[in-house]
Design a protein around this ligand. Structure first.
Ligand code: 8DG
Ligand code: MN
Ligand code: MN
Length: 392
């Protein structure tokens, strides 16, 4: 018997870069479940399965309303047998048995805790688990050698695993702005990553730095880092120099990986707490930060001090020459799935290679220039999707 209220059949295009995905998600129960399975696959070195779950979740995120019946899903792309089974399970039993058993599994819990350490990826976590290390306490007592990133990650574990707020991102933006304009007047910074997509919290803060005159940006990162270090804003940093020209030997159309080759800095900021700061003196964040950093005495164990006046925040800085700026901006705005889908669309639908540096047309055998994100979407034959609708 047909139900009295007919639910519409949804229809969405199959690439995430063809869709508008806002932060308003009407199917969080389903997408949370599929995202958890994606995360588990990624942590288990099963990237193929991870992407499949991410794509399925992204399709549900793009729906204009909550799914009311399984029949509405027929004809939707990217919903494989496995994802449909998970959805049906939630539908019929209120929860997916696979998701629930993953959540409580010792292995998943250990992978989550260990990869929560900055500098620890799935491979390292897996090795430690095989050696019987399941938590931070066991890691500290294991005698494992940690690299500098991992030591900093362990030291600031609680702070780094606490979401960064939009207000904190803005405070850091002011600091980076001041650093950049002090060492190279005219240089520009832009907040990228999740905050550019309108998210209210993030796991880090991402910035792209450039200068309107090509070439002036060369060597900028070490100067910015020195400035930040001298002002006491950095708890950890690792700068990698630009290696884009060296990589040209890899040949166009065959980028070695999705990693780009910009001059970049992965860092942990020491951000002075802002709670006593009213909205009226928000223009003075940098001044107040400087004072707070100068006043603070370093305790033996920084994270343990109960009323310390700062917190650790992960910050990514990337420097791009202006000629590649549009590509870098598009590449660093995310979401990760949206980026992956753009590259897949470029390759399989257009015969082009997209990276955070350039767009290469394999048929015309030439690079396609762009000075804005809009131009890149146009080259790709895609409708422009603004950052706030790239939350796939
Ligand atoms: P979050 O921090 O709020 O949790 O989310 P996010 O801002 O979307 O994630 P992210 O991990 O900070 O990544 C932001 C964007 O930066 C994302 O689109 C992927 C991109 N990105 C990296 N590393 C690299 C890289 O090595 N090369 C390129 N091209 N992009 C990268 O994170
Ligand atoms: Mn981010
Ligand atoms: Mn980042």
């Amino acid at each position: 018997k047909p139900s009295p209220v007919k639910s519409a059949v949804f229809s969405v295009p199959s690439y995430a870069c063809q869709r508008r995905t806002t932060l308003e998600n009407h199917n969080t129960v389903l997408t949370d479940a599929l995202s958890l399975l994606a995360e588990n696959a990624e942590l288990s070195d099963e990237d193929g399965r991870g992407v499949a779950f991410r794509r399925a979740a992204a399709v549900l995120k793009a729906l204009p309303s909550a799914v009311m019946s399984i029949s509405q899903l027929s004809g939707l792309p990217c919903l494989g047998e496995h994802s449909l089974r998970v959805i049906k399970d939630i539908w019929e039993n209120g929860a997916s048995s696979e998701v629930e058993s993953t959540k409580v599994s010792e292995r998943f819990k250990a992978l989550k805790v260990l990869t929560g350490i900055f500098g620890v990826g799935a491979k390292t976590a897996d090795r430690w688990i095989r050696e019987g290390i399941h938590d931070l306490h066991q890691l500290q007592n294991s005698g494992q050698t940690l690299n500098r990133a991992q030591q900093a990650g362990l030291q600031h574990y609680d702070d780094i695993n606490q979401p960064v707020t939009k207000a904190e991102a803005c405070a850091i933006e002011e600091i980076v702005e001041k650093a950049v304009s002090s060492v190279l007047p005219g240089a520009q910074i832009i907040l990228t990553g999740g905050f550019r997509r309108g998210k209210q919290t993030g796991h880090d803060v991402d910035f792209l730095i450039t200068h309107p005159e090509e070439g002036r940006e060369v060597g900028l990162m070490p100067k910015v880092v020195s400035w930040l270090e001298a002002q006491g804003f950095l708890l950890y940093q690792k700068t990698t120099r630009n290696s884009y020209l060296e990589s040209k030997a890899d040949g166009p159309g065959r980028p070695p990986s999705n990693m780009d080759r910009f001059e970049r800095c992965l860092s942990i900021f020491k951000l002075p707490k802002m709670e006593k700061q009213g909205a009226k003196d928000s223009q003075n964040v940098t001044e107040n930060c400087l004072q707070a950093n100068q006043k603070s005495d370093e305790p033996e164990c920084p994270e343990a001090a109960p009323d310390r006046r700062w917190r650790a925040v992960r910050v990514d800085l990337v420097v791009s020459p202006i000629s590649q700026f549009a590509f870098a901006l598009l590449g660093w705005t995310g979401s990760k799935l949206f980026e992956r889908e753009l590259r897949r669309w470029a390759r399989y639908e257009k015969g082009m290679s997209l990276s955070s540096h350039a767009l290469y047309d394999n048929n015309q055998r030439k690079y396609l220039r762009a000075s804005s994100e809009e131009e890149i979407f146009a080259h790709l034959g895609l409708e422009f999707i603004p950052p706030s609708e790239r939350n796939a």
